[in-house]
Design a binder for this molecule. Structure first.
Ligand code: ACM
Length: 542
């Protein structure tokens, strides 16, 4: 098709004028991409499935509108995006529901594009508009998060930044995740973190397309979720934390607030109540839950760092507490806790812990796992447990979280369970970077940024069929973490690498190119006020 407004054989001056006007106009609109805009396009984390730049730039201006097409949740994503872009630009960025495919617009619309799947998106940046399409609102949301990374770092400022050209390199990105489970776990039991901290945590993980927030809500040191039928769990068991300071807990209303905030970021909350071990906070709260003398419990005199039955615990030992499988009150307790938790958790999963039950007899442990399974199912949820639950009678509805033992991971796979990969010496983000790191522990390993990145779920445990791998998750245990600053220091810069391990195709993951992309995030993190570890492994841009 000819784009010329005249036939070469029939040359009219009026057509020439139109032609020249068009050329001048289009030259006006098109601006070659700046090196910085190109660099941002090439530095996206997680690395998209495919990217191609076309050489020009789109500029966000005071005239730009955000257009939300029809469909479930599209408006919500458009409003989220506008909310992220307004503070720094100072632009109005009205969210409109028009059918137009106009200029000066960021257009979000639903499509039918099988390759993109549930969570994928296509982002097309042209000279005069940006179009994000996806099969569902969640795909649009991840596309919007990518757009944030394409804009200048100053877009993260909370106040108006004058004299910044809000430029995005033109081109096309097609993107969808490798794994459906890209998780981050926060231990709020060893040290408690309040609702505002959790919301900030969600803001951070969401930028890198993490879609699961696993909350470790109970442990020996603290019980952090209100259970109305057993109020002393929080009244007594939630009172303190590691080191003996004030603990805390979420009321059910506060938990609902967290779940709602997560849902607006397309993050599913997975609540964990750790049983039958790691249960001292519950034993302290209700004396009748304590095991009888038949349970092998070392006397406190033998281990002064461990509590007597019925004492609060503020240390960091593990493996000394257990529920008693022989007591019916135990199962009344478990039934009530899981029923209340299921009722306030819209996501499909309940995590029952199951790790390090060192003083639970093996036969009792297996009996526990099998009963947990039925109770979780009766509450309409799917059970997840740490890898030790592989010893129970598993089936394909159950998910096992691998953290340490390849043998348990294989056992779970052989029973048809699905697996989440959280290998401690790679993605336990409370592990120190090196021997000079002040925060964190190192019982699994020192984990530098490169080591945390260089592994793959598909080859981690030989003999596990790839079809059983649900995804990856980075736990953050909080024995040594007291403030949000502490959390940020251990999350960054490793968390974006875990996000990429979960999202990007295997062939798009490579340390040499990743570290260059990672280096280009630091200026944004400085603007966001993130306290990150300036690893010597990364050639930081700033
Ligand atoms: C664990 O680290 N005990 C799951």
């Amino acid at each position: 098709m000819s784009v010329l407004p005249f036939k070469l054989s029939g040359f009219y001056p009026v057509h020439l004028l139109t032609f020249l006007t068009l050329i001048v106009f289009s030259c006006d609109r098109s601006k070659p991409a700046s090196p910085q805009a190109k660099l941002r396009f090439e530095s996206i984390i997680p690395n998209p499935v495919s990217t191609s730049m076309s050489g020009n730039m789109f500029t966000l201006t005071d005239d730009t509108r955000i257009v939300a097409g029809a469909g479930n949740g599209v408006d919500q994503v458009a409003k989220f995006l506008a909310g992220k872009l307004r503070p720094a630009t100072g632009f109005e960025l009205p969210v409109l529901n028009e059918e137009s495919s106009g200029k000066d617009a960021v257009i979000l619309s639903l499509a039918d594009d099988k390759e993109l799947g549930e969570e994928g998106y296509e982002l097309v940046v042209s000279d005069d508009q940006i179009k994000i399409t996806a099969n569902s609102a969640v795909g649009l949301f991840w596309g919007a998060q990518t757009l944030r990374l394409l804009l200048p770092d100053e877009i993260e400022e909370k106040k108006v930044v004058a004299n910044t050209a809000w430029e995005v390199a033109t081109g096309t990105i097609r993107d969808y995740p490798r794994f459906e489970w890209r998780g981050s776990m926060l231990d709020v039991a060893r040290h408690f973190f309040g609702v505002e901290d959790i919301k900030h945590f969600i803001d951070l993980i969401s930028l890198y397309k993490i879609n699961i927030l696993h909350l470790h809500l109970s442990d020996d040191q603290g019980w952090r979720i209100e259970i109305k039928s057993w109020p002393d769990l929080t009244e007594i068991g939630g009172r303190t934390q590691v080191g003996g300071g004030d603990g805390g807990y979420y009321t059910q209303e506060q938990y609902a607030e967290i779940v709602g905030y997560a849902a607006r970021h397309f993050i599913t909350v997975v609540p964990e109540i750790d049983m039958p071990g790691h249960i001292n906070a519950a034993l302290v709260s209700y004396k009748e839950l304590n095991p009888g003398p038949s349970i092998n419990r070392e006397p406190a005199s033998a281990r002064p760092d461990r509590p007597e039955a019925g004492e609060v615990y503020t240390g960091t030992e593990v493996g000394f507490s257990t529920l008693d499988v022989k007591k019916e009150v135990t199962f009344r307790f478990i039934n009530d806790v899981l029923r209340e938790l299921a009722a306030i958790t819209p996501g499909p999963y309940l995590h029952i812990g199951g790790d390090e039950a060192a003083v639970t007899k093996k036969a009792d442990y297996i009996a526990f796992v099998n009963r947990f399974k039925d109770i979780v199912k009766a509450n309409g949820k799917k059970m997840i447990g740490w890898e030790e639950i592989a010893q129970g009678d598993l089936d394909s509805t159950i998910t096992v979280q691998h953290w340490h033992s390849q043998q348990y991971a294989r056992m779970a796979a052989d029973k048809g369970a699905r697996l989440i990969f959280s290998p401690a010496e790679k993605v336990y983000l409370d592990m120190q970077y090196d021997s000079t790191t002040k925060l964190g522990l190192h019982w699994a390993a020192y984990i530098e940024v490169d080591s945390s990145y260089m592994w793959d779920p598909a080859t981690r445990v030989p003999g596990v069929d790839a079809s059983l791998i649900l995804g990856v998750e980075a736990p953050l245990w909080s024995e040594t973490l007291v403030t949000m600053n502490d959390i940020e220091f251990l999350l960054f810069p490793r968390l974006p690498g875990v996000a990429e391990t979960g999202w990007s195709p295997r062939e798009k993951r490579d340390w040499e190119t990743y570290k260059a992309r990672l280096a280009n995030q630091s200026r944004r993190w400085n603007i966001m006020g993130i306290n990150f570890y300036k690893s010597p492994k990364v050639p930081w841009a700033y």
